[in-house]
Design a protein around this ligand. Structure first.
Ligand SMILES: Nc1ncnc2c1ncn2[C@@H]1O[C@H](COP(=O)(O)OP(=O)(O)O)[C@@H](O)[C@H]1O
Ligand SMILES: Cc1ncc(COP(=O)(O)OP(=O)(O)O)c(N)n1
Length: 277
């Protein structure tokens, strides 16, 4: 037996830039075996979302039960969830199957501005899933929605909001700084906050590209793929960010639509770097 099984519980993006499709590309590039439980279909391109068709909660449970009574799962990435019924189904499966290495990307709104989680379901993510995940990876607007606060405008406020998410029951928070403008906009800094450790920052060059569709999905699925390999959250975050930054550097090579294009999962590059770790 070799290799790790990584499960994505998320929505489908036909453009291939975000959601289940981005997750599977990431898992494969990082040496994982990808599995999927689909929570919603979106009609989506690089230019935006024109429709969402949620999978009924009972059928999300059926997918989870069928898969998890058969296969070992070494890590889980949770993305788009749509509604409270689906949130309940996923929370129940985490408990029943004692899922580990659970990374929750609390997806709420696509970069195009289209809503992917019903506003009334935000409380469900906060109360049902946030305490069950080993790591949550909100962006700045998602952290603000979870807290009912204004959006952070500095690394200091990001730190304070991440601490508040710990108080709400999160085990670890990676607050992503991609939406932060301002003085240090030549860099892209994320903040990892966990109990009993000083906050850690992960900084990369800010890649000058318009093509950033799926950055959040790629980062969270890369962390999930790397957690069983590294067995250390900061090391998995460090290497996942390195993978994402390289995928962003190659984004302009793709021609996948007229809007905000996807990042490029550049397999050959990771093969070379993986050998160094
Ligand atoms: N132009 C960029 N160059 C480098 N890293 C970026 C860039 N834009 C976003 N990132 C990184 O991508 C990840 C996700 O970004 P963010 O925009 O904060 O979340 P989301 O994609 O969920 O909205 C973070 O690690 C962030 O630092
Ligand atoms: C089906 C689906 N899931 C998640 C997202 C959001 O993805 P994200 O990585 O945050 O990238 P953007 O859409 O914000 O570029 C999505 N769009 N679709």
């Amino acid at each position: 037996m070799s290799g790790y099984n990584i499960l994505s519980i998320a929505g489908s993006d036909p453009s291939g830039g975000a959601g289940i499709q981005a997750d599977l590309k990431t898992f494969s590039a990082l040496g994982g075996y990808g599995m999927t439980v689909i929570t919603a279909l979106t009609a989506q391109s690089t230019s935006g979302v024109t429709g969402v068709h949620a999978v009924p909660a009972e059928f999300v449970s059926a997918q989870l039960d069928t898969l998890l009574t058969d296969a070992r799962v070494d890590a889980v990435k949770i993305g788009m969830l749509s509604d409270t019924g689906v949130i309940g189904a996923v929370a129940a499966a985490i408990d029943h199957y004692a899922l580990r290495n659970v990374v929750l990307d609390p997806v709420m709104v696509a970069k195009s501005g289209d809503r992917l989680l019903a506003p009334e379901a935000v409380a469900g993510v906060r109360d049902e899933l946030l305490p069950r995940a080993d790591l949550i990876t909100p962006n700045i607007p998602e952290a603000a929605e979870l807290l009912g606060a204004d959006e952070a405008g500095s690394i200091e406020t990001m730190g304070a909001q991440a601490e508040r998410l710990l108080v709400l029951g999160a085990r670890r928070v990676l607050l992503k700084g991609g939406h932060l403008g301002g003085a240090d906009s030549g860099h892209s800094t994320d903040l990892l906050v966990e109990p009993d450790w000083p906050p850690r920052t992960f900084t990369a060059e800010r890649v000058r590209t318009h093509n950033t569709h799926g950055t959040g999905c790629t980062l969270s699925s890369a962390i999930a793929a790397l957690l069983p390999q590294r067995d250390d959250v900061p090391a998995a975050v460090r290497d996942a960010k390195e993978y994402l930054t390289e995928a962003l550097r190659h984004a302009d090579e793709l021609d996948a639509g007229r809007g905000k294009g996807p990042v490029h999962h550049f397999h050959a590059w990771w093969g070379a770097v993986a050998a160094d770790h």
